[in-house]
Ligand binder design. Structure first.
Ligand code: GBH
Length: 452
């Protein structure tokens, strides 16, 4: 059995993390352009002004994708690059860049997957209250429609949002990402509602403007995995996964951000405490938020184990075992997350599943022989992909896998400290080297996962 014949093997990036050219060709500023220049926000004061200089090197970067044998490439559009003020006047030079990139991809038989929003929010709109302003829905709709009209003749796969959990949770709740705010639930809950509504109106716009479009969503939320295969532990993990926590952890929860879009309702566990903050008329909005999707994406890096417990909730979280292997960024390595995540999500949302991100950071360096040896990434990938394949064999309708990331890049608040790429980037010279894992991944793609 294994993976489908038409399985989509890809890799992913995001605009601010790779493009650079932050102040070129009429691009407007994003909250990340500002935040990364504030003192003490990012590791060693790194910023994305130049990043991987992909804006100028996209042609040779597409050749590297071809060398890896990628069938698809997921990238995001920088909203302020195409709409410098976030709305109104269009920056043609910004659109031209993405047109050239898309044409280059198609010429090389690489299917473009466009993420509309991967965190570089226009500063001009931040000044107007960003997602807290009810007009934010209309602004996003205008932006989505512009992308649909401009790219929709060639791009058929769109993703509305990348990880609302993170840009709301990290950006506006604990303030470690741009714009660095710590807002109360009375602001955050309406913001989350407006983001969800924006997802709905954008999906509707894409459908009406792009013939044969496929629309998806890419939230996250670390999967809850059963500590054993007993029915009680499996039920405990399922329940933990979709229960909204009582504290500000709600912003990172899987169900809060997916149930409205996928099922047309907010999870009861969240409404109990948060309903008081939802904007008036929220029930009506659910119709707009709940749009049929062609695929449900998820970014999964690791999960946590749960077991049944004799407490009010019926579940308890277990610590990771002592000595559990970790990636360079100190995230635990838990391959089963790629089994249980897709399994529970497909069971609940019944929508074809795509892994929109998965990967690891490692202490990669160029060796004396001029190559980059990263056996740990290869082993990570092998284990995670085996678990993912098992999910497919157990009936989850899995359509694709995007490795995070195509190349080393600006890892947000970690700057250039963390390397997640299949391709090593020397930031001084912009020289790229395919890591061993990139060649190994090519073999995985060629065999459609049979070599795992
Ligand atoms: C993604 O977010 C982003 O979409 C992407 O831009 C980014 O570069 C990439 O991942 C790598 O960071 O506390 O040890 O349990 C990642 C979302 C959410 C994944 C929190 C790890 C917890 C790790 N992350 N999660 S741990």
């Amino acid at each position: 059995m294994g993976f489908r014949k038409d399985f989509i093997w890809g890799a992913a990036t995001a605009s601010y993390q790779i493009e650079g050219a932050a102040f070129e060709d009429g691009k407007g500023l994003s909250v990340w352009d500002r935040f990364s220049h504030e003192p003490d926000k990012v590791f060693d004061g790194h910023n994305g002004d130049v990043a991987c200089d992909h804006y100028h090197r996209y042609e040779s970067d597409v050749q590297l994708m071809k060398e890896i044998g990628l069938k698809a490439y997921r990238f995001s559009i920088s909203w302020p690059r195409v709409l410098p003020e976030g709305k109104g006047a269009v920056n043609q030079k910004g659109l031209d860049f993405y047109n050239r990139l898309i044409d280059q991809l198609l010429k090389n038989d690489i299917r473009p997957f466009v993420t509309l929003f991967h965190w570089d929010y226009p500063s001009a709109l931040q000044a107007l209250g960003a997602w807290e302003n009810p007009d934010s829905v209309k602004w996003f709709e205008e932006y989505a429609a512009l992308c649909a009209r401009t790219f929709g003749d060639r791009v058929k796969d769109f993703i509305t949002f990348n990880e609302p959990q993170c840009f709301i949770g990290l950006g506006y709740t604990i303030g470690v990402h741009a714009p660095g705010l710590k807002l109360p639930d009375s602001s955050l809950v309406p913001m989350s509602h407006h983001v969800l509504k924006s997802h709905g109106v954008a999906t509707r716009a894409l459908r009406s403007l792009v013939p044969d479009v496929r629309v998806g969503y890419a939230p996250c939320g670390d999967p809850c995995m059963p500590a054993s295969l007993s029915p009680e532990d499996i039920e405990a993990a399922r329940k933990a996964y979709f229960t909204v926590p009582e504290n500000q952890g709600w912003a990172f929860n899987a169900a809060w951000w997916s149930d409205p879009a996928m099922l047309g309702c907010y999870p009861e566990s969240g409404l109990k405490r948060l309903e008081q903050f939802l904007p008036k008329g929220w029930q009506e909005d659910l119709k707009v938020i709940h749009q049929p999707l062609d695929f449900y994406g998820q970014n999964i890096y690791n999960g946590n184990y749960f077991r049944a417990a004799d407490n009010e909730q019926g579940f308890e979280k277990l610590p990771h075992p002592v000595g559990c292997p970790k990636t360079a960024i100190q995230w635990p390595i838990t391959p089963e997350a790629l089994y249980w995540g897709p399994y529970f999500l497909y069971e609940r949302y019944k929508t074809p599943f795509i892994m929109t991100e998965n990967g690891m950071s490692a202490h990669d360096a160029v060796s004396l022989d001029g190559k980059v040896h990263d056996p740990n990434r290869q082993d990570f990938l092998n284990r995670y992909l085996l678990a993912f394949k098992q999910a497919a064999e157990d009936g989850v309708d899995i359509r694709g896998y995007f490795h995070w990331s195509l190349m080393d890049n600006y890892e947000w608040a970690q700057g250039y400290r963390e390397r997640f790429g299949l391709i090593h980037v020397d930031y001084e010279t912009q020289k790229r080297i395919l890591k061993d894992s990139a060649y190994w991944y090519r073999g995985v793609i060629e065999s459609n996962g049979e070599c795992l």
